[in-house]
Design a protein around this ligand. Structure first.
Ligand code: NDP
Length: 305
């Protein structure tokens, strides 16, 4: 069997179009322009790329976009002051503090200083609690993207066996909560799970969020299962030759061994081009959702859970 490839790129493009339509509706019907503020502390190169892409896509969707780039040595007090001012700014409906923060800053303290209504990353403890108790929350972007793709593929997920490999606060745990909300029977596996292969083989839906290149081989996948590969790992690719400086070229792979898993699965997300593109699209969707909730306006279908 050869799996259906779940095209996250095209799914994300469709979601961004929907967001753009909703932004126009909010502007035209209510005079509300959803606004997203992204805060970056320090010069981490990967974070700079993410922040640039977020700003670009926010503007392309017709939203108001603000970027705050702060020096690596910014004090906690100054960062908290900035968050206070964004919390109070009526033009801002979403606040995202790019993680990781430099070591002298307490991430939990900073994230929990964001107004939960503007917490478009869904990491504030109130949103974690709301999601965990099955209430309306701001949902973390990556797991939200996975669920939107799974709903599109399967419709009703009720009763399916779901296995999530990874128990991080940003992917594994919210993913498991969302699957539970869809009435799946959910197992969360992690580094201490006794028989990971056997656990994975139970899954009708297998979500890999581990951060280990191609760790899950095809013979851990139940025939016909849907595989959602969240992992983004950069590995050496000698077959692509060398860079000008003599270093080996690299390529991105997921946590699942795509070649063997796609021969067994019913559907699978590729890396790149699967879950990754959905994350920023869901950030835009969350900003629209936040704007609707803050202004007490009807929420569009399909952008939130
Ligand atoms: P973390 O490092 O925070 O968590 C990894 C999880 O994997 C932990 O729960 C860990 O278990 C578990 N784990 C590690 N080794 C094993 C093993 N050998 N067997 C079983 N479980 C194991 O990672 P994140 O959740 O932040 O990210 C996971 C992956 O997803 C990364 O590749 C990351 O780059 C990617 N990612 C992709 C995004 C996207 O937009 N597509 C967004 C966010 C992340 P334990 O808790 O026991 O240590």
């Amino acid at each position: 069997m050869s799996a259906r490839i779940i095209d996250g790129k095209s799914f994300a493009a469709t979601l961004r179009d929907r967001v753009g339509t909703e932004v126009s509706r909010l502007k035209d019907s209510y005079g509300v322009t959803p606004g997203l503020a992204v805060v970056l502390v320090g010069e981490d190169p990967a974070s700079q790329v993410y922040v640039r892409n977020k700003g670009k896509q926010t503007l392309e969707a017709g939203m108001h976009s603000v970027e705050h780039r702060l020096a690596a040595e910014t004090t906690e007090a100054d960062l908290l002051d900035l968050i206070d001012s964004l919390n109070a700014d009526p033009a801002i409906h979403g606040i995202l503090v790019q993680l990781p923060l430099p070591g002298h800053l307490n991430s939990d303290l900073v994230i929990n200083a964001i107004d939960p209504a503007k917490d478009v990353d869904g990491f504030h403890i109130s949103n974690v609690g709301l999601l965990g108790t099955g209430q309306k929350a701001m949902v973390p972007c990556t797991p939200l993207g996975c669920i939107l793709m799974l709903r599109d593929l399967h419709g009703d997920l009720s009763g399916m066996e779901a296995v999530v490999v990874g128990r991080s606060n940003i992917v594994g745990k919210p993913m498991a909560n969302l699957l539970l909300g869809e009435s799946c029977t959910v197992t969360i596996a992690h580094s201490r799970t006794r028989d990971l292969a056997e656990t994975c083989r139970r899954a009708d839906i297998l979500v890999a969020a581990v951060g280990r290149p191609e760790m899950i081989p095809g013979d851990w996948v139940k025939p016909g299962a849907t595989v959602i590969d969240v992992g983004i790992n950069r590995i050496a690719a000698p077959e692509k030759g060398q860079n000008d400086d003599g270093s080996a070229k690299t390529r991105l792979v997921g946590d699942v061994d795509f070649a063997s898993a796609s021969a067994v699965a019913g559907a699978i997300t590729p890396v790149p081009g699967g879950v990754g593109p959905m994350t920023i699209a869901c950030l835009l969707a969350n900003t629209v959702t936040a704007a609707c909730r803050i202004h007490g306006l009807p929420e569009p279908e399909g952008l939130a859970i």
